[in-house]
Design a protein around this ligand. Structure first.
Ligand code: PLP
Length: 358
């Protein structure tokens, strides 16, 4: 199996797995204490969570606090539903977690993107807007958005700025000027089922989940020391290896671009995270391609939209027609990917695509 779907999820780092084990103890161990219990085992679990909180804080700008959640989707729901009521503006290429949540609360204004897949930093935003949400890196086409300028403009007009940093966390510098930032551990080699919402100091939001008042009264429910310790270790590792990982990705990108020279790149070549190669080839039946290349894990459009039969809203937003959007694939690679994997996957995918053309 060749795994090239790093935007859907990433392999767990061995260091993150190791950090989790102690907190998965059975009856013979001492790591299973409830982190909210005042006894010794509870305090140990609590200390593991606080250590992880410090590590995860390294993914964000200074001057805020980290609230652990069960996913980035939950963090985004908490941010949108728990903060300002009123008009919301979201980019046309947001993940469903933002689009559908903002949409469920009333008509959200869409901020358009260019054909390169980038929101204009000076895009008009209505004066009555109370929340602006623009992602740092798009999950389908990898394009990097001018979030700092948009955050600055939002602040100047009195609106809150939410940044979905799920695909950028640990890879790019944190988005400065945001009021709220959402991340997900499994996108930076941590475990699935844990995310975080960062809140700028002084910002108050309302809880969605009430109960025991854990997580500073904002998100009730017993925390998972194992998942959170894994997230903390993964965050620390991502920050330590940021330059090394980026150099590795660049190396893979250069080779991947050569290997897939018969395909057209969707989205900007330069203003992009280079671990994301979204490509199209006229006339290719992507469902058939995927079934012909079963041992290569890649994606058609986004992992969430694939299977729905609907063309991706992101590819439509950059101006592709239905046929072009449906003949697009996403190859995603990162820290643990190798040149050999890229080359082998490309030769299989290219052969399968060429076979469709005869
Ligand atoms: N936002 C983006 C950009 C994503 O890529 C994803 C996951 O695909 C999410 C949000 C949701 O993250 P989670 O899986 O933690 O709910």
């Amino acid at each position: 199996m060749i795994y090239l779907d790093y935007q859907a999820t990433t392999p767990l780092a061995p260091q993150a797995r190791e950090a989790m084990l102690r907190w998965l103890d059975g009856p013979d161990g001492t790591g299973f204490g409830n982190p909210h219990s005042p006894h010794t085992m509870g305090r140990q679990s609590h200390a593991a969570i606080e250590l992880a909180r410090e590590r995860v804080a390294g993914l964000f700008p200074p001057g805020g606090r980290v609230i652990f959640t069960g996913s980035a989707t939950e963090a985004i729901n908490l941010a949108i539903r728990g903060s300002a009521a009123g008009a919301r503006a979201v980019s046309a290429i947001e993940h469903a977690a933002v689009r559908d949540t903002a949409g469920a609360l009333g008509d959200a204004i869409q901020l358009p993107v260019s054909s390169a897949g980038i929101v204009d930093a000076e895009v008009p935003i209505a004066g009555n807007t109370s929340l602006v949400a623009v992602m740092q890196v798009n999950n389908e086409i990898g394009t990097i958005q001018p979030v700092e300028r948009l955050a600055q403009r939002s602040a100047a007009m009195g609106a809150l700025f939410l940044c979905d940093a799920v695909q950028g966390a640990g890879k790019l510098a944190p988005p400065l000027g945001a009021d709220m930032i959402a991340v997900s551990a499994h996108k930076f080699h941590g475990p699935k089922g844990v995310g975080a919402l960062w809140l700028r100091d002084g910002l108050k939001i309302s809880p969605l989940i009430t109960g025991g008042g854990q997580e500073q009264g904002i998100r009730s429910g017993t925390l998972s020391p194992a998942l959170i310790a894994g997230m903390g270790a993964a965050a620390q590792l991502a920050l330590e290896r940021k330059d090394e990982d980026a150099a590795h990705v660049e190396h893979l990108w250069n080779r991947a671009r050569e290997c897939f020279s018969g395909w057209t790149l969707n989205g900007s070549e330069t203003q992009r995270w280079h671990g994301n190669l979204n490509l199209r080839r006229e006339g290719v039946d992507v469902a058939r391609l995927m079934s012909d290349c079963r041992d290569v894990m890649f994606s058609a459009g986004s992992a969430c939209a694939s299977g729905s039969g609907r063309p991706s809203h992101v590819l439509k937003a950059i101006g592709l027609d239905d046929r072009q959007a449906k003949s697009s694939i996403r190859i995603g690679f990162g820290r643990y990917s190798t040149l050999d994997q890229i080359e082998e996957a490309a030769s299989k995918i290219n052969a399968a695509a060429a076979a469709q053309e005869v």
